[in-house]
Design a protein around this ligand. Structure first.
Ligand code: DQA
Length: 143
């Protein structure tokens, strides 16, 4: 039974609400985070949220999660498409990790259709706006 989850937002997601609102919506990361906490608590989960624009900081956070969390939800932003280092960190920690994207990455630029982290994640949820995170919380709570 999963008890404590970690949500990681990768690069540029701190600019939600300002950044390409036609793609990512008009709401900011504070709204997203407060909704995430509410949804997690409704499912009986404790939740910590972390955002970084730096690959190494995301890797350090994944490492530190391995003893303290039961599941991870990660939106690795553009690192999704080329960071073998984040992929290896997810693989190393052996706790279930769900990949999420706000936009439908398969319906955009060709380079976004490839995720190097997908093979080491339990699954991927993409294209449901902020709802992608809420669906991932639901999925973790049922695992
Ligand atoms: C994203 C999709 C990525 O391709 C992009 O680089 C992001 C956000 C999403 O949530 O839709 O930064 O991960």
């Amino acid at each position: 039974m999963i008890k404590k989850i970690l949500v990681i937002h990768g690069p540029n997601l701190n600019l939600l609400g300002e950044r390409e609102p036609d793609v990512y919506g008009n709401n900011g990361i504070d709204t997203l985070n407060s909704n995430i906490i509410d949804r997690a608590n409704e499912q009986g989960l404790e939740c910590e949220i972390f955002q970084s624009n730096h690959e190494g900081a995301i890797i350090d956070k994944l490492h530190s999660a391995r003893k303290n969390f039961d599941g991870v939800i990660i939106n690795a932003g553009a690192y999704t498409h080329y960071s073998y280092a984040i992929r290896d960190a997810i693989s190393a920690i052996k706790i279930p990790c769900i990949e999420v994207h706000i936009s439908n990455v398969d319906a955009r630029d060709a380079f976004r259709a490839n995720s190097v982290i997908a093979p080491v994640c339990k699954g991927t949820i993409s294209g449901f706006g902020f709802g992608s995170y809420y669906l991932a919380i639901q999925a973790l709570s049922e695992m």
